[in-house]
Design a protein around this ligand. Sequence first.
Ligand SMILES: Nc1ncnc2c1ncn2[C@@H]1O[C@H](COP(=O)(O)OP(=O)(O)OC[C@H]2O[C@@H]([n+]3cccc(C(=O)O)c3)[C@H](O)[C@@H]2O)[C@@H](O)[C@H]1O
Ligand SMILES: Nc1ncnc2c1ncn2[C@@H]1O[C@H](COP(=O)(O)OP(=O)(O)OP(=O)(O)O)[C@@H](O)[C@H]1O
Ligand SMILES: NC(=O)CC[C@H](N)C(=O)O
Length: 713
Amino acid sequence: MSHLITLATCNLNQWALDFEGNRDRILESIYIAKEKGARLRVGPELEITGYGCLDHFLENDVCLHSWEMYAQIIKNPKTHGLLLDIGMPVLHKNVRYNCRLLSLDGKILFIRPKMWLANDGNYREMRFFTPWMKPGFVEDFVLPPEIQKVTDQKVVSFGDAVINTLDTCIGAETCEELFTPQSPHIAMSLDGVEIITNSSGSHHELRKLNKRLDLILNATSRCGGIYLYANQRGCDGDRLYYDGCALIAVNGKVVAQGSQFSLKDVEVVTATVDLEEVRNYRANFMSRGLQASLSETKFKRIDVAVELAPMKARFDPLIVPSKSRPIFYHTPEEEIALGPACWLWDYIRRCNGTGYFLPLSGGIDSCATAMIVHSMCRLVVKEASEGNEQVILDARKLTRGGEGWIPNDPQELASKFFHTCFMGTENSSKETRDRSRELATQIGSYHVDFNMDSVVSSVVSLFEVATGKKPVYKIFGGSQIENLALQNIQARLRMVFAYLFAQLLPWLRGIKNSGGLLVLGSANVDECLRGYLTKYDCSSADINPIGGISKTDLKKFIAYASTEYNMPILDSFLNATPTAELEPITEDYVQSDEIDMGMTYEELSVFGYLRKVEKCGPYSMFLKLLHEWTPRLTPAQVSEKVKRFFFFYAINRHKQTVLTPSYHAEQYSPDDNRFDLRPFLINPRFTWASKKIDQVVAQCEGKTTDLDIMSID
Ligand SMILES: Nc1ncnc2c1ncn2[C@@H]1O[C@H](COP(=O)(O)OP(=O)(O)OC[C@H]2O[C@@H]([n+]3cccc(C(=O)O)c3)[C@H](O)[C@@H]2O)[C@@H](O)[C@H]1O
Ligand SMILES: Nc1ncnc2c1ncn2[C@@H]1O[C@H](COP(=O)(O)OP(=O)(O)OP(=O)(O)O)[C@@H](O)[C@H]1O
Ligand SMILES: NC(=O)CC[C@H](N)C(=O)O
């Protein structure tokens, strides 16, 4: 016996507040789902508004426009014939909820508000929504008058209910609810819900996908059942990249998986599954049977007198159940190549940009940014070759390419919109200049190379004329302060030149109807955390695709790109010592990042992880590292490293307040503007914690200490 049913979920590239665009993508997904014979279509969380509206959710206009779009969707007869699970904000009794609206053939069946809101890391749902705090409870919801006319209903149920069709039972949970210890799907499944939808607004982070998938597989393996995961995809207007990966799982096995990174605005994932497999799995799982019979939560059933999988279809030899398949994961290097590239594409097309400008130093970081733009070009060419009309139109708009032009070569595409620039000084080496030019040639960017010594020396002379004193480099006898000032002026002038060239290059090239180029930044996550950057130099840009990625991962990405894209030039970037080239090179001195910083990039990743992810202050970070790093290091050395890290982190925290918006990619990102909220005036000596660290060091060294932690000395 089998009971086959085809179900659909999707990845939609929604854009915050783009009501009509979002509506159209929802409609397209419904049409595709219907065409594929699906009887249920689930979409991402808050898909009508876009997930990332943030404080715009506080405007009631957003609820109003959501209802308007929703009405247009469900009254369209082409959306009838399958059950729809659509997400939007809803005001009920003057309280705003993050809701799922379930409908069939133009009638709303019920509205389910999210119960467990996402409120950590990048998420602040409690700022805009109230959670529905009444499990299993349902109230009447009076539909807005305009909707009443469309659906011919006055009141629908609102709350924690499930849908009973004539042949199965369906429940909805929303994103974060899957991540909680008491997920709603547990009680639902024990109460006989066979199909569970999950609508998500879940963002990409390197190496995170397995967490989400583990939860889904774990849930369906323990509870049995069919789980449909839908997610938003793309940059919907902020630093996050939602990474799709719509998926259908049955009893702990994946039967369909959509892509994680793609330029497709709409991707529908369908599977034909057998409800009997769920019944069989559960009924033969005796301990589950006991728990189900004792389960106290009885959900209100919203009865719908239709069969989702009619008898006729159950025995159609042409309808074949989907087979289980292995899960696909990208490597972290591929994630870096694809996620930020897709984000950059959404950004430039959505802001109607003319192109990107990148200060290309010949070092690893700006090289990685350039390679991400190259990866974006490859993705565009690939999509265009597969006939993606939207991508072709967007590429024409971006490049001001005429009717009929199709991007069919990444280098040719880059030459039209991507600009790189080497800004040399007397401290620049031939190697970095050559690497920069060679890379530009290989990726096809429009490259500019100039020297700016005359400007640097004029500015320094101006200072001398105004004050009568001339700063000199340390290696020529100057002080630390003179040395830094001479470096910072070079770095800052580069920023000024970057904006000048970004504004004028399209004009120079005669690109019609163009604005300026967007300036790309290349400061990586570790430099930001340590503050190893000059405030308002080229780290200040319009957007930064690598600001959330560690140096170690960027190097792995470049090594991957070297073979994947067959570009051996990239090896020379990997083999070069990272250097800022802001100080004169002499026979026995070449500036080096790690020596300047007083710590290695590898150590910085460890400090960053412990500070942000493991929530360690200096004392507990020291204790953790004491166990990990001794006996390789002495306790005194560990203490010195931890104190040094916290010192530089604290004195440079102010730099995070003006950090260029970056693609969020790392759990330990120090982004002050959204993710890592901290004060920026901090005593860098952490005096009390330091005393406690010193006490432990002394104990380890067998010395007695006189620190009495309970009294004031
Ligand atoms: N507490 C506070 N709150 C708010 N603002 C504060 C502040 N303390 C300083 N400031 C401001 O910040 C300024 C100091 O910051 P900043 O001008 O960046 O200068 P600063 O951090 O002193 O120096 C730049 C750092 O970047 C390193 N570096 C090395 C190699 C290359 C590059 C590069 O960028 O290419 C950079 C360099 O070794 C040095 O550690 C002060 O002059 C002041 O205006
Ligand atoms: N000679 C240069 N020409 C063009 N841009 C430069 C040059 N030097 C530095 N920049 C820009 O300033 C940014 C910060 O410079 P810094 O020397 O701190 O490099 P970094 O952060 O180590 O990056 P990279 O590895 O790209 O050199 C660089 O990422 C680059 O965008
Ligand atoms: N929108 C949500 O509820 C997302 C939260 C969830 N923890 C995630 O990262 O996927």
